[in-house]
Design a protein around this ligand. Structure first.
Ligand SMILES: [Mg+2]
Length: 90
């Protein structure tokens, strides 16, 4: 199986644009959410699971790299929302 090298977030401008685009998409779909820490964790875990599924589909079936990127961006967006919410409490 192919190995992937950590790129050190070198394409951070593109990455953050994608996170902001995903954030707008989530808010337009669900509105501004107010949830417990555990609920946010469950949503992030769901996206982690979907990222795992996308990787498995890519490695073993007809899944695409684009789907892996999409799921990872969704996961990253939720992780950053959690970091932002708890940072505001510090
Ligand atoms: Mg997803």
């Amino acid at each position: 199986m192919k190995r992937y090298t950590d790129r050190g977030l070198e394409n951070q401008q593109w990455l953050f644009q994608e996170v902001l685009r995903e954030n707008r998409k989530q808010i337009s779909k669900w509105g501004i959410q107010r949830r417990t820490a555990f609920e946010w964790l469950v949503y992030a875990a769901e996206e982690l699971g979907e990222t795992a599924e996308a990787i498995s589909e890519y490695e073993y079936r007809e899944g695409t790299k684009e789907e892996i990127v999409n799921e990872a961006i969704q996961l990253a967006t939720l992780a950053l929302k959690i970091a932002e919410m708890f940072k505001a409490e510090i």
